[in-house]
Design a protein around this ligand. Structure first.
Ligand code: CMP
Length: 148
């Protein structure tokens, strides 16, 4: 079993798409093992987006990601990191494949609704930035036997 970090970004919050996006992830069969609403501050944004801090778009990304609270979530499942990246689609919503979350809901490269960890290593790092151990839950989903 793998885990991945999801952020529903300020555009998803403003557009009231929280429920629809979470449904897409649940419908695939993944289990939510952690979920909360938080306000990302500058320090947290720099930690999470450490690979992008020196990019030209970072000031705008920082302004965006700190503009409203966000939903952070940890999903668990088989191959969840790659599977969720496929469900989410390309960074630029205009280039995302038809049927992905970013294609279906977005038109922007920055305001692309959702973040999902790129690799297992990234997932472990990002989960530890946003969640304490006591905020993550091990439990059995009765449907797992049917899903898998
Ligand atoms: P995410 O998958 O969270 O990872 C980095 C984020 O930076 C990305 O989604 C976008 O929100 C943003 N981003 C990436 N490239 C650009 C860009 N060229 N211009 C503006 N924002 C970008």
């Amino acid at each position: 079993m793998e885990r991945t970090l999801i952020i529903l970004k300020p555009d998803a919050i403003q557009r009231k798409l929280i429920g629809k996006i979470i449904s897409r992830l649940e419908d695939k069969g993944f289990k939510i093992v952690g979920l909360k609403m938080i306000k990302i501050n500058e320090d947290l944004a720099k930690k999470h987006y450490e690979a992008h801090v020196n990019k030209p778009f970072f000031p705008s990304l920082l302004n965006f990601i700190t503009s409203t609270p966000v939903i952070v979530m940890v999903l668990e499942g088989v191959d969840v990191v790659n599977q969720v990246r496929k469900l989410v689609g390309a960074t630029d919503c205009k280039k995302a494949e038809v049927g992905t979350i970013r294609f279906d809901f977005g038109l922007s490269i920055q305001n692309n609704l959702i973040h999902a960890s790129e690799t297992i290593q990234d997932a472990n790092r990002e989960i530890s930035i946003f969640f304490n151990q006591n905020e993550l839950f091990d439990y059995k989903l009765l449907l797992d036997e049917i899903i898998y």
